[in-house]
Design a protein around this ligand. Sequence first.
Ligand SMILES: *Cc1c(COP(=O)(O)O)cnc(C)c1O
Length: 233
Amino acid sequence: MIDNVDIESRLTEIRSRITAACKRFDRDPDTVNLLAVSKTKPLGMILTAARAGQVHFGENYLQEAVDKISAVQPGITWHYIGAIQSNKTRPIAESFDWVHTVANEKVARRLGQQRPNHLPPLKVLIQVNIGGEASKAGVEASKLATLLRSIIGLPNIEIRGLMAIPSPETDFDRQCDSFRQLRELKLEMAALFGDQLPLFQDLSMGMTGDLDAAVKEGATWLRIGTAIFGERA
Ligand SMILES: *Cc1c(COP(=O)(O)O)cnc(C)c1O
């Protein structure tokens, strides 16, 4: 069990790791955001991290997330990074600020329709199945342009960029290979769609084990759980 002091020092440590990676790979640290992935971790840890200045939190499990979100004060920005069942989009549309795991037209449409009008548009990232493995979530790279074409202009959602969860690799160059593919896809789509995707800037990639490679290849959102909150049970 990690106590509160640990979370503060772990946050400080991960921030300096990110800063060091930005220096090493010539990235502007202001463009690399830390998403604290708090799935399975208790609310107390989230509040401690928030008091230590952490603003963005990511959750994977819908019911757990909705319970946590309704229990905290405003001021936290919530990101949904879990699998989406198309019949369970409403709580996502109502409770989150960002969704990183949109991978089909139906889900995008429902999220837009169900987004309450008093809230700003839902910021969405399209999850790409970078390795192309049948078992993995995300749209195939070859179908990304078609998907984007079908969801551009939907009301109440803003298409902000791409996300991927490549298979775990320990080798740095292999880690870079997957992230580079996502970066290149983003450039390709930006060139293809131009002004139709005015806010298409983000790359959500990199976790505790591969954040340096992700920074090198252009990540704007690092999704970090273990390094902040400890191992999950
Ligand atoms: C759990 C999870 C993370 C965090 O992974 P760590 O290895 O604990 O940093 C990041 N992204 C997604 C999609 C996750 O499910």
